[in-house]
Design a protein around this ligand. Sequence first.
Ligand SMILES: [Cu+2]
Length: 209
Amino acid sequence: MKKYLGFLILVSILMLSSVHMPTVAQDTQANIDLKNDTYHIMLIARNFNFTVIDINHKTTLMNQGVSEAQAINQSSFVGNLTNLAYGKTLLIEAKSAQDEHGFFIEKLGVEFDLKGPGNNETYGPTSTKTTTLPTTDVTMRAYCNIFCGVGHDTMAFYISVGHGSSYSGNGWEIFLNPYVIGLGVIFVVVSYAIYWMGVIREPPSEDDA
Ligand SMILES: [Cu+2]
């Protein structure tokens, strides 16, 4: 009985945490170009995602004679930054193409407040920040931290350094989420009640075999 209950708790917590995992745009998993020990990206915020432009890649393409429009097109994506090298510089330029948005990477202490474009403007003002990447394997969530509307929760992507982490995003921190714990407790109590009502039978023990 105790074994069964323990298993039930584990399964319910795992189920609930997977349900709660934030939805993240993952059109592409991209390796971005390193130049002079620096990754250089331009972020364009809009409702409700961030387009990433790999500026080093764009520059390389333009040096090869590709037109600027085409180079931007071939260096842009919506998705995660993966396999970044330890301890390199990350240079971030950011602007908004639509309304005000935030951009926040807690682990790097990077925070932007991106004002939306004014009348007859395509973009709001550009902000620039430079940070140093960690020297250990880590996956960091990068997201909008200014509430911007219905799709706000999906305005996020992941940046992984080295091999990242097997638990992308919040990882095991998810288990500390009160929402997840609360639902887990309700699920366990309900399952327990159903068990006592005799709907679910305890699996046969090894002795019965
Ligand atoms: Cu937002």
